[in-house]
Ligand binder design. Structure first.
Ligand code: SF4
Ligand code: SF4
Length: 254
């Protein structure tokens, strides 16, 4: 069992990824499709058995429900597993709406991106050139990854933009709308004109769509500033692992 568990600890795939089981079986020349699915099934059953909500979570959700507050849940699990996990957590029927994975059209995707921009959410994607698997829209308050960039400078967590914002000082009226909008603390005022700190700017473009004077544009970084993304997620995980090791070795952690 420990040997199988070690496969889940490798940086190759995610911790819950079934491909860890596949690799374990392939390496021992034990792989057959029925056996693989049987083990994956057992794995899912064990996971379900061990689901325990954080203390107080079930009570809080049920209390909100009693107060008539509409509740929605977004999950990356498929509907079957999502419902079973909610059932196990005592939250079956607690949510008015559950959204799981479904296909959308290009137009729907563009409308979602526009809506996210209107709501001031940062678009992001995974940091792997040949394996782009998601576009996420979130904010520093809710997203640990974005907060990690702002608070700890862990800029490789998501794909890095090739652009940063630049302000045309003759057009800027000094309204400060862009300061409120920027989640990366990249804008400040100098003599009633906004100034972008390019070291902090993530190139998300949120300041541009809120500027009433259309004074902000995105500028392509110079070749020296560009950071090419790792080719694959596996390569990215190795970079992250090396970064973590550097942090662990830091005297600040002792
Ligand atoms: S939103 Fe536009 S006009 Fe207002 S301060 Fe920022 S750059 Fe200037
Ligand atoms: S493009 Fe840069 S300055 Fe503008 S909101 Fe995004 S991070 Fe802030």
């Amino acid at each position: 069992m420990k040997k199988l568990f070690d496969y889940f600890l490798r940086p190759d795939w995610g911790f819950e990824d079934w491909r860890n089981i596949r690799d374990y079986l392939v390496d021992r020349e034990l792989f057959t499709i029925p056996r693989y699915f049987e083990i994956c099934n057992l794995y899912e059953q064990e996971k379900l058995k061990n689901i325990t909500p954080y203390p107080g979570v079930t009570e809080i959700v049920l209390e909100l429900r009693r107060k008539g507050i509409p509740l929605g849940l977004v999950t990356d699990a498929d509907m079957y597993h999502a419902k079973r996990r909610l059932e196990k957590a005592g939250l079956s029927g607690a949510f008015d709406h559950i959204d799981d994975i479904r296909s959308i059209t290009r137009e729907e995707a563009l409308e979602i991106l526009a809506e996210a921009d209107r709501d001031g959410l940062v678009h992001s994607t995974n940091n792997a050139r040949d394996e782009v698997t998601y576009i996420c829209n979130c904010c520093i308050c809710s997203c640990g990854v974005l907060r990690g960039i702002v608070e700890y400078g862990s800029k490789t967590s998501i794909a890095c933009s090739d652009f940063y914002a630049t302000v045309d000082e003759l057009s800027c009226s000094g309204c400060e709308a862009c300061i409120d909008r920027c989640q990366f603390n990249a804008i400040s005022m100098n003599d009633s004109v906004s100034v972008v700190n390019t070291l902090n700017c993530y190139g998300c473009g949120l300041c541009i769509t809120t500027c009433p004077e259309e004074a902000i544009t995105l500028k392509l970084k110079s070749p020296e500033e560009l950071v090419p993304p790792p080719a694959t997620e596996k390569e990215w995980r190795k970079i992250k692992e090396m970064e973590r090791q550097k942090v662990n070795l830091s005297p600040h952690n002792y």
